[in-house]
Design a protein around this ligand. Structure first.
Ligand code: ADP
Ligand code: SF4
Length: 686
């Protein structure tokens, strides 16, 4: 399809010092849990982005020295020449598709744990790391240390060029690097020419830019990633104050300004807390102070929003981490007039959890993310059809929808039968909860794709029974029937039912989502620890109920530290008047009283609860699977070759896991059975 001329401006080249970006799409640095430990996987993932049309493809943070050892987090590494081959894999993969390779050089200073290198962390002034409770401190850098650091940075820039990089970053983009720590008055208490006035605190950043330009600036673009606002008011850098002054001071020095807000949790704000383009107010001043190109981010997935940013003079290049993860082919789809096919990021931050849990990046919307090398999965290309199977997929939640999409794209005949009138399963229900509207994209993208496929038929309002399966004539049956929240309180803290918990006495999340009303005061018992308990508490509170969230964990939604949102969730609950009772388990419920016990001491207490919502665990909807299993040979007689249960119906998990399960089955159902490890591994000796 021809490109919509409205979007032509996005495909104009942009000069970045000595190099030229072929269009305005810029994949800004992002962590991925693969980094130096899994360089082949990392390179392949970035290569797919380049193939998808991004003009610049960046690494994540790349440590430049052993005193910046970010272990246990798995980032890039450029400590010496031995790191070059791994990084060259990446730049080669990016160059193979005509994109520029960018590298973000980082010294983490006081943020470096150095748990592997056992070096002493360095900082502008002696300080305890603000980001962890690690019982160690950073020492103040001497002038000799500053000189050494500048030398390491310069050497790293030279090495990066040898590894094939075209754009070399000086990084002050979050609170995660020395130049930023020097800028922050609260961390920089020096009395020499590197401390005190802003000009002094910016001296190191200036020197690093000058050093890098001097070292590699003849052939490489030198980019600065700088957080113009820390969103912490006068205690930090503000775009109306020092953020603006730093840009004014250094305006023409770099070849490119990559500007954002800090810290990472502010920069990668989930959709629950910030809309597309949310950084505009903070970064829009930058272009008025520099003639150099400016890139910025804001979870941009709409080409119209991108064009608007450029036409209104906010940005020159559209930066993206998450939108490029959810759809590595976003630029190419716009270029070829297929913008309706963009798989839009939902802003859930499951991708961030890869870095936090030190495992390869996963994405709710893009199940191929992180699988490019180890499974050979491509986000747009699928293996051709190998047989004439006819599929019946039961259940149109994320697992069933993705399975149908991939099978349909492979050319298989598919009937997707959904019991209810609505497609999307849990995603459709959850997207109606406060703040989760963008999550419906998981359904909408897939339904929109399925509607274009002539071999896929969708039947709504079609609860499937075992007898119907026998009569249906499908050769392969996929059960994606999902799960229901349990009502008996069984979960992590309670492996036996909680006395008094049962249908009719307490509500489940399904009940609340289906419109059953809770009475005030209500207790939400959250032993799930992801987002749902807190969101239900928020919903009930906004309906005017008195709400207490009881959790055996130390805080609300404890797992969401991995998605950068725990502190915001807790803040929102407290601000909205939800009481939080942490470190407590439930013991029993009777007569409007909920008995509790402290998880440490066992000391019992009681709380008045006219109603209870229990958020603990789910039970798979496996009734149909059991009925089919009981049919035995009658299935084969009816022509059914396989019955496979996937997604929450097999074992409840995240939406990302359900999408992955659907995708995996559709790709691999026809692969030979094997006990071999089902993906390639990067072994230390290989
Ligand atoms: P997952 O996350 O694994 O995709 P969901 O719970 O989101 O699971 O979706 C499961 C879907 O399956 C729901 O839309 C549900 O209505 C549907 N479903 C469950 N049992 C049947 C059945 N017997 N026939 C047809 N659809 C079913
Ligand atoms: Fe977006 Fe969620 Fe995918 Fe991250 S995991 S890119 S936030 S859809």
């Amino acid at each position: 399809m021809p490109r919509d001329p409205r979007f032509d401006i996005l495909f104009e080249p942009v000069r970045l010092g000595p190099v030229v970006a072929k269009n305005r799409f810029f994949q800004v640095p992002h962590c991925n849990g693969m980094g130096h430990a899994k360089p082949r996987a990392h390179a392949a993932m970035r290569g797919v982005k380049a193939e998808g049309g991004w003009a610049v493809v960046s690494t994540e943070e790349v440590e430049i020295h052993a005193s910046s050892d970010l272990s246990p987090y798995v980032e890039g590494r450029l400590w010496d020449d031995r790191d070059l081959p791994a990084l060259a894999l990446l730049s080669d993969a990016v160059h193979a598709h005509g994109a520029l390779a960018a590298i973000e050089l980082v010294h983490g200073g006081m943020n470096a744990s150095n748990q592997y290198s056992r070096d002493v962390a360095i900082a502008p002034s002696a300080i305890a790391s603000p980001d962890s409770y690690t019982p160690s401190q950073a020492r103040a850098m001497t002038k000799a240390d500053i000189r050494a650091y500048r030398r390491w940075h310069r050497d790293a820039a030279l090495r990066a060029r040898r590894a094939g990089f075209d754009v070399i970053y000086v990084y002050a983009g979050h609170g995660l690097s020395l130049p930023m720590h020097f800028l922050q008055a609260r961390h920089n208490r020096r009395t020499d020419e590197y401390g005190g006035s802003l000009v002094n605190r910016a001296r190191l950043l200036r020197e690093l830019i000058e050093d890098t330009k001097d070292a590699v600036g003849d052939t490489c673009a030198v980019a600065v990633r700088f957080a113009v606002d820390e969103l912490r008011g006068a205690d930090g850098i503000e775009s109306s104050g020092e953020g603006r002054e730093v840009v004014a001071l250094l305006a023409e020095l770099p070849d490119l300004w990559d500007v954002n807000v800090s810290d990472w949790a502010n920069d990668s704000m989930p959709s629950r807390f910030a809309p597309e383009g949310f950084q505009e107010d903070k970064v829009r001043f930058v272009k008025s102070l520099t003639s150099k190109p400016v890139v910025g981010v804001g979870r941009f997935t709409s080409p119209d929003a991108m064009v608007s940013q450029i036409r209104r003079g906010v940005l020159d290049m559209i930066g993206a981490a998450r939108p490029s993860i959810a759809d590595p082919f976003l630029p190419r789809k716009i270029e070829s007039g297929e913008q309706d096919d963009i798989r839009e990021c939902i802003g859930c931050n499951i991708c961030v959890s890869g870095d936090y849990t030190m495992t390869p990046i996963r994405c709710t919307q893009n199940p191929t993310m992180g699988e490019e090398w180890r499974k050979g999965w491509h986000p747009e290309r699928l293996p051709p059809r190998t047989a004439d199977d006819a599929f019946l997929i039961v259940g149109a939640g994320p697992a069933g929808l993705e399975c149908a999409r991939v099978l349909g794209r492979r050319g298989h005949a598919v009937v997707l039968a959904e019991a209810t009138a609505e497609l999307g399963g849990r995603v459709a229900r959850e997207a109606r909860l406060p703040g989760l509207a963008a999550w419906v994209r998981v359904r909408d993208y897939r339904v929109q794709q399925l509607n274009k496929m002539s071999t896929v038929e969708i039947c709504r309002g079609s609860p499937v029974t075992a007898d119907q399966v026998l009569e249906f004539g499908a050769t392969r049956v996929v059960l994606a029937t999902g799960s229901r929240w349990r009502v008996d309180g069984v979960g992590r803290a309670n492996t036996d039912p909680v006395p008094g918990f049962g249908a009719g006495t307490v509500l489940t999340p399904d009940d609340v989502m289906e419109g059953r009303e809770a009475a005030s005061p209500v207790v939400v018992f959250d032993d799930d620890h992801y987002y749902l308990g807190a969101i239900l508490a928020e919903k009930l509170r906004s309906a005017g109920l008195a709400v207490t969230l009881v959790t055996p964990a130390a805080c609300a939604s404890a797992w969401t530290v991995h998605t950068l949102e725990q502190h915001r969730i807790q803040q929102r609950l407290l601000d909205s008047g939800v009481a939080i009772l942490a470190n407590h388990n439930v013991k029993g419920y009777a007569g409007g009283t909920l008995r509790l016990a402290c998880t440490y001491t066992g000391r019992e207490s009681a709380i008045a609860a006219a109603s209870v919502v229990t958020v603990t665990a789910r039970v798979s909807n496996d009734a149909l699977a059991l009925e089919l299993a009981a049919l035995g040979a009658r299935l084969a007689t009816a022509g059914v070759v396989s019955v496979t249960t996937i997604g929450d119906a097999l074992a409840p998990s995240t939406i990302a896991a359900a999408v992955y399960a659907g995708h995996r089955h559709a790709r691999e159902f026809d692969a030979p059975e094997s006990d071999a490890v089902p993906f390639l591994r990067e072994l230390p000796t290989a």
